[in-house]
Structures are given as structure tokens and as C-alpha cells.
Ligand binder design. Structure first.
Ligand code: ZN
Length: 342
């Protein structure tokens, strides 16, 4: 048994507990992995373990002592969390200053003082700069836990001062077993896991939200266009609620499936739709056009980082789906127009 919150984190948990037991824990640990693997939960559990006077051998906090109870209620006084505020994007310098003040003022009675910054890449430049000094010379009992999904968005100066612990996506079966334990199984679980790019916690969150219904609407609309029963205009109307990043994500996944099929390969598919339906739709599609559309989506992804481009890229994607439909291409532009001679 592991003290980690999730089964796919056992190795990373054991490694940190081992360092802690040998008094070798660094002052800053960067927990790195794709979103939806439960890294925040991992960091909080580890922080809790550090302050519990009765942790078990595997590092599990006892759950009974005053510190554990305060931790569970979110009122433990010697722990501090920094996350982006709801009303603005990113973590600001004022939040890092408050963190530094916290580390300067609190007394920890000889126990480590954990702090969590998540997601660390949300720190703006000033925030990251003001954290540097603390990372260079942390107060003796501080442990800075940083959670990060995108290393390329973290300044190298921060990265180089942290010990990195990587969390890969779990094997598919591990994820499915865990989801089954949460009451999600069969095709539903497999579909949600695919939608969440293999991240089990993200898959579970999807099950609780509106995303599956939106994804079904996306598939219905796009598959209708491919079958010649719609246009970029009908797509735009059907997908008005969908943000461009999500549209791009799902478009890429569906396109990869279509390319697999047109290249003579078969499943497993990323799109949770009956394979027979996918095969039927893929059969008449032009392979070169599929590749062209894939290139286009790569450009969209590169351009999307800038919010002003979102609307433009949205149109590119919708028109791309329309252009794929053989029915649209075969049809003359005005089939019923009869020009009367003057
Ligand atoms: Zn405890």
C-alpha cells in the first residue's frame, strides 16, 4: 500500500517519503505532469504528512491528530497555498509577497512548513522574480511544493532551483481500474478517459460536468457535415457554446482517428463513437485533404496561444471540416439555378 492519494503516484510518493525519512528533502520540489493526474491532491497529502506527528511508515498521515483534522478542514495555520484568484488570470506578485511574509512570520514548532504554488506556470514574471530569492535561500523549515503542467512556461531560473519529480500518465488499465472504483466503467469510462487524454482525475471530472453532452453535440454536428448534411454555418450554430481550444482538441482527436482509418489501420480510437459509424464516414474521405487539414490544425494550435486569434482559428477549423465533406465538393455551387435567356 502507498500513502499517495492515487495508485499511479506510488513511486513518486515513496521517493519523497524516503528523502524525508533520510532528512534529504530539498527545499523546493517541482511536481510535474499533465493536468488531471491529481498532483494538487498529492502535494496537499504530502504537506499534511509532513506536519502530522504520527504518520505511518508509508507516509500516510494519521488522519486523527489535531494537525490532520485542521488540515482536512483547511485551517491548519502553518500551511499556505497560492493559486490563481477566481477574478483574474495568473498568480500575481502580491500573492508571492504574502507567501514570503507567511514564511517570515509563522513559527512551526520544529516541524516543516509546507507551501504549495499551483499551477506554478500561472505566476506572472514579477511573481516568479520575487519568488527567486526565497528559492535561493529558503527559511530552514520551509518546503516549497510547486505543481506544473507546462515546464516551457516556467522561467529557467525557477526550474533550476527545484528538484523535479515527474508524473507520467498511468497505464490505461490502471486508469480504468481506478475509474471503475469510482463507479465509472465500460465504454463510458473508456470514452471519458480518451476525452481526458488518459488523465483519470480529469476523466472523472468530465463525468460530473457538461462536457460529455457537449462532446456528443460536437460529434453529431461534425459527422453530419462529413455526411453532407451541414456546412460550416450549421457547425457554428451547433457549437456556439464550445470554446475554441476545446473545439481544436476534439477536432484533432477525431482527425487522428479518421487518418488511422483511411491509412488502413483500425482502433483503438480516441473518439468515443461507434467504430462502425466512424468507418463508414472515413471511407470516402480524401487522404491528402485529411493531411492538409491536420497541418492546418497544427498551425491553429501554434496560433491559439494569443486570445485575439481564437475567433479566426475557430473559423479555420469549422471551414476545414466543411471542406473535407465529399458531398459539398461534388455538388455544383448552384444546382437548381436556371438562367433564362433574355
Ligand atoms: Zn495526524
Amino acid at each position: 500500500m502507498s500513502g499517495a492519494p492515487y495508485p499511479w503516484q506510488a513511486a513518486q510518493w515513496a521517493r519523497l517519503v524516503e528523502l524525508w525519512r533520510r532528512d534529504r528533502l530539498p527545499h523546493a520540489v517541482l511536481l510535474h505532469g499533465p493536468p488531471g493526474l491529481g498532483l494538487d491532491d498529492f502535494a496537499r497529502r504530502f504537506a499534511n504528512a509532513l506536519v502530522c506527528p504520527a504518520t505511518r511508515d508509508d507516509g500516510t498521515p494519521c488522519g486523527q491528530c489535531p494537525a490532520c483534522r485542521q488540515f482536512a478542514e483547511g485551517v491548519y495555520p502553518d500551511y499556505h497555498e497560492v493559486t490563481p484568484p477566481a477574478d483574474r488570470q495568473g498568480i500575481g506578485v502580491d500573492q508571492i509577497r504574502a507567501l514570503i511574509d507567511f514564511l517570515a512570520l509563522t513559527r512551526s514548532h520544529g516541524r516543516p512548513r509546507p507551501v504549495l504554488i499551483t499551477p506554478a506556470e500561472a505566476m506572472n514574471v514579477n511573481a516568479a522574480n520575487s519568488l527567486l530569492k526565497t528559492l535561493e535561500e529558503p527559511p530552514g523549515d520551509a518546503l516549497l511544493l510547486l505543481v506544473c503542467a507546462r515546464l516551457d512556461r516556467l522561467p529557467a531560473t525557477i526550474l533550476s532551483r527545484c528538484q523535479r519529480v515527474d508524473f507520467p500518465r498511468p497505464p490505461r488499465q490502471t486508469a480504468l481500474d481506478w475509474l471503475a472504483g469510482q463507479g465509472l466503467s465500460g465504454e463510458t469510462a473508456a470514452g471519458l478517459l480518451a476525452l481526458a487524454h488518459g488523465a483519470p482525475c480529469a476523466a472523472l471530472r468530465l463525468a460530473e460536468g457538461e462536457v460529455p453532452a457537449r462532446h456528443a453535440a460536437f460529434l453529431d454536428a461534425v459527422l453530419a457535415v462529413l455526411a453532407g448534411q451541414g456546412s460550416a454555418g450549421t457547425l457554428r450554430a451547433a457549437l456556439a457554446e464550445l470554446d475554441t481550444a476545446q473545439l481544436l482538441d476534439w477536432s484533432e482527436a477525431l482527425l487522428r482517428d479518421l487518418l488511422r482509418l483511411r491509412s488502413g489501420l483500425d482502433g483503438p480510437f480516441e473518439t468515443p463513437v461507434a467504430a462502425g459509424r466512424l468507418r463508414k464516414l472515413a471511407a470516402p474521405l480524401d487522404l491528402m485533404r485529411l493531411f492538409e487539414f491536420q497541418d492546418q490544425l497544427l498551425v491553429s494550435r501554434a496560433t491559439l496561444e494569443h486570445p485575439l486569434n481564437a475567433d479566426l482559428q475557430r473559423d479555420v477549423i469549422l471551414l476545414g471540416w466543411e471542406a473535407l465533406s465529399c458531398h459539398n465538393r461534388r455538388k455544383p455551387s448552384h444546382p437548381h439555378r436556371v438562367t433564362a435567356a433574355p
